[in-house]
Design a protein around this ligand. Structure first.
Ligand code: NAP
Length: 249
């Protein structure tokens, strides 16, 4: 039997893509999953497909919404900070509002949710915080500066918190996927097609060639690493930024 049975995991952005794949995989371990996000209908539909899952509405950019959601949830053993947004534009055409919108979700949202779980995790002497960063958190990229900066911040936070909590039973890690087949990549394909006149297949090939294996990563592949990091047996793994990218970095 899994040593994670009976633990509770919150997955932000758990109704779609990588978040939903994580929820599915953690459910297989006997973990109760709590899916958080803004679109409650979509979260409830996703939760209804899982064995032991709840949906709670939460906008990670809003202090009160996060407070309410974590209060409704109860003590959390595992937090998967997955909610995130991406956008592409030339830096010369990037407004401060564009910049703030991305940092508000990808960085400040993650900080808010992490602060909401730390107290109970420290009291319970068990905690796993897993941040869904990106290979964009480890290298630069043209036309995506706000996203790249936000994911570098996630990796920096991961490393700092791992040191700050090293003497406790908490671990803090990041996973850094390459392009994963989800809505974010669908949007990127549409953007490439609109801006360059390429066909869908050409746009897809452009993204797939970023991966030395020549393909998109599947959400389940990210979820597998997340599940491994949740285990009590991964207690010595902390402060890591693990790439899931076919060797891209
Ligand atoms: P996705 O399906 O678009 O998932 C993004 C999720 O974030 C949605 O479920 C969305 O739910 C949630 N979200 C967005 N803003 C939110 C807010 N203000 N409050 C709460 N939840 C919010 O795309 P995905 O690819 O699975 O992305 C998940 C994570 O993986 C992101 O952090 C992304 O940066 C990262 N990532 C993706 C790729 C990729 O190629 N796909 C690669 C590397 C890293 P609601 O709309 O219901 O709020």
């Amino acid at each position: 039997m899994s040593d994670l049975v009976g633990k509770r995991a919150v997955i932000t952005g758990g109704g779609t893509g990588i978040g939903l794949a994580c929820a599915r995989r953690l459910t297989e371990e006997g973990i109760e999953t709590v899916l958080m996000g803004r679109n409650l209908d979509r979260l409830e539909a996703a939760a209804s497909t899982l064995a032991n899952a709840r949906a709670i509405g939460c906008d990670v950019t809003d202090d009160q919404s996060v407070d309410r959601a974590f209060e409704a949830c109860g003590p959390v053993d595992i937090l998967v900070n997955n909610a995130g947004i991406a956008a592409a534009s030339a830096f010369t055409r990037t407004s401060m509002d564009d910049w703030r919108r991305i940092q508000a979700v990808n960085v400040e949202g993650l900080v808010r949710c992490t602060q909401a779980v730390l107290g109970p995790m420290l009291k319970a002497h068990y905690g796993r915080i897993i941040n869904i960063a990106s290979i964009a958190g480890l290298r630069g990229g043209a036309y995506v500066a706000p996203y790249v900066a936000s994911k570098h911040a996630v990796v920096g936070l991961t490393k700092s918190l791992s040191l700050e909590f090293a003497q406790t039973s908490l671990t803090v890690n990041a996973v850094c996927p390459g392009f994963v087949e989800t809505q974010i990549v669908e949007d990127a394909i549409a953007n490439i097609m609109a801006k360059t006149g390429r066909t869908r297949d050409q746009a897809l090939a452009e993204l797939a060639k970023e991966n030395p294996q020549g393909r998109l990563i599947q959400p389940d592949e990210v979820a597998e690493t997340v599940a491994w990091l949740c285990s009590p047996r991964s207690g010595s793994i902390s402060g890591q930024a693990i790439t899931i990218s076919g060797g891209a970095i």
